[in-house]
Design a protein around this ligand. Structure first.
Ligand code: ATP
Length: 465
């Protein structure tokens, strides 16, 4: 079975995972809204991240910082100076492109080895490469481009009533800076000692030139970031630790080894302050895409904030009687991107009939911890609703459940398969006598009879993660 984005996008829309944004007004380019199932899936993904990275982790604590920050933050972080993309238009077909991306794609196609990562090239170097190689426009194939100009990716707005420069504020392009500026606060109030980490889940905004591939790249998105502070010299060990930890998190939630790869940046590609960077990539139906960037950022960020703010951000290590600026390891994951990865990974079409008499079902094999609906409660007949409603009340106290009494039971199972519900509980005529229900497993389709009074314990074990 070939997974296609078209099918996944269609299912996402028809079953209430993701709708086009502002649809009744004709939409707003590349904005998406999570629907009744999408919000559950995304919340479960964020909860699973928080559980492993914050709640169960002895080193880490969380924060939730403001989206609008003092603009000095962006001077210090480099976003006001350098956070821009090199843009270029085709004079023939008027398509707009990122010059760096055109070069990378061209080099990959022609198997040309680049001297270093295009990220670090000057505008002139890009211009020269495009000229020397007569790089064609990816849309019309002609070679006739405008000059390259830099375009800042931060969204601007105004705080207060006057729309002038001194009231300009920016929507944060990443959640990390809220953590850095609160490093001292959190260290003091949590009484943590190095090594320790601070995590945050929240919205970020980037005025991307080429959003696309459904929710993979959007202008408004959510990130789940951890900044892990450690003693200089121990950083590479911690970098390896978090690299493995992130990988294991994906695997524990059902991502398979062969649809994931860890891509280490080679020295030429590394940002100048970084001692190591790895991207965890996932094989989407449209190709490999970055999910998670894990970087050893040394003391660059705290150093920049110390310099710009004039505040002392060093840490005093009372065991060693030493003061230093901690190094930081940053695993940064896009919530929407990883939700899309889980959706693509879960999607399947299966023949559950025979070869002669095929019987196809579409099924989402979500890990139980991520499934938007955990249990479907299905009375075999509407006459049994009263008893089934009691089971629903009992289970929905702990789990997001769906009650469905419409259509024949086979169709109702298919409906739950299609939205990835791991278990269905069927209340039948026998249930009135034996106080038991049939529990059907989505993946094996096996059924077992369980006493209603034992359901809590049964599901507690099934959903333990
Ligand atoms: P890309 O190269 O794909 O633009 P990046 O290297 O700029 O990503 P980072 O700045 O490292 O990304 O951001 C960390 C993570 O945030 C990414 O790995 C991705 O999961 C997520 N992310 C970044 N930009 C977007 C976006 N426009 N839409 C959705 N998720 C994003």
């Amino acid at each position: 079975m070939e997974k296609s984005m078209d099918k996944i996008v269609a299912l996402a829309k028809s079953r209430g995972f993701v709708y086009p944004g502002s649809e009744i007004y004709g939409g707003l380019a590349n904005t998406w809204d999570y629907g009744n199932l999408g919000v559950e899936l995304k919340n479960n993904v964020k909860r699973a991240w928080w559980q492993k990275f914050i709640q169960e982790n002895p080193y880490n604590v969380g924060v939730d910082c403001a989206i609008l920050m003092n603009p000095q933050t962006w001077v210090a972080s480099g976003h006001l100076g350098g956070f821009s993309d090199p843009l270029m238009d085709c004079k023939e077909c008027h398509e707009r492109f990122r010059a760096d991306k055109i070069i990378e794609d061209f080099a990959e196609e022609k198997k040309i080895e680049l001297k270093s990562s295009v990220d670090g090239w000057t505008q002139e170097e890009m211009r020269d490469f495009i000229e020397e190689n007569q790089v064609p426009c990816p849309t019309c194939g002609k070679h006739n481009f405008t000059d390259i100009r830099q375009f800042n990716l931060m969204f601007k707005t105004f705080q207060g009533v006057t729309e002038d420069a001194k009231n300009t504020v920016y929507l944060r392009p990443e959640t990390a800076q809220g953590i850095f500026v609160n490093f001292k606060n959190v260290q003091r109030t949590s009484r943590k000692k190095i090594p320790f980490g601070i995590g945050q889940v929240g919205k970020s905004f980037r005025n991307e030139i080429t959003p696309g591939n459904f929710t993979f790249r959007t202008r408004e998105f959510e990130q789940m970031e951890l900044e892990f502070f450690c003693e200089p010299g121990t950083d590479l060990e911690w970098f390896q630790y978090w690299r493995g930890f992130c990988r294991d998190w994906l695997i524990s939630l059902g991502i398979k080894e062969d649809e994931m790869r860890l891509r280490d940046h080679d020295p030429a590609e590394l940002a100048f302050y970084s001692k190591g960077t790895t991207d965890i990539e996932f094989l989407f139906p449209f190709g490999w895409g970055e999910l998670w960037g894990i970087a050893d950022r040394t003391d660059y960020d705290l150093g920049r904030h110390q310099e710009t703010s004039g505040q002392d951000l060093t840490y005093f290590d009372d065991e060693k009687n030493e003061r230093y600026l901690p190094y930081v390891i940053e695993p940064s994951l896009g919530a929407d991107r990883v939700v899309l990865a889980f959706l693509c990974a879960a999607y399947d079409e299966e023949n559950i009939g025979t070869e002669e008499k095929p019987d196809m079902r579409t099924v989402l094999h979500f890990h139980p911890a991520l499934a938007p609906v955990k249990i479907g409660v299905l009375p075999l007949s509407k006459k049994l609703n009263e008893g089934a409603e009691k089971v629903f009340a009992q289970l929905s106290h702990k789990y997001n459940c769906e009650f469905d009494d419409r259509g024949n039971i086979g169709k109702r199972y298919r409906r739950q398969d299609e939205i990835g519900t791991p278990f269905c509980v069927t209340y039948d005529f026998e249930s009135e006598n034996d106080g038991a229900v049939t529990v059907r497993d989505r993946d094996t389709m096996e059924q077992e009879r369980i006493k209603i009074e034992d359901l809590d314990a049964y599901f507690a074990e099934k959903f333990n993660w």
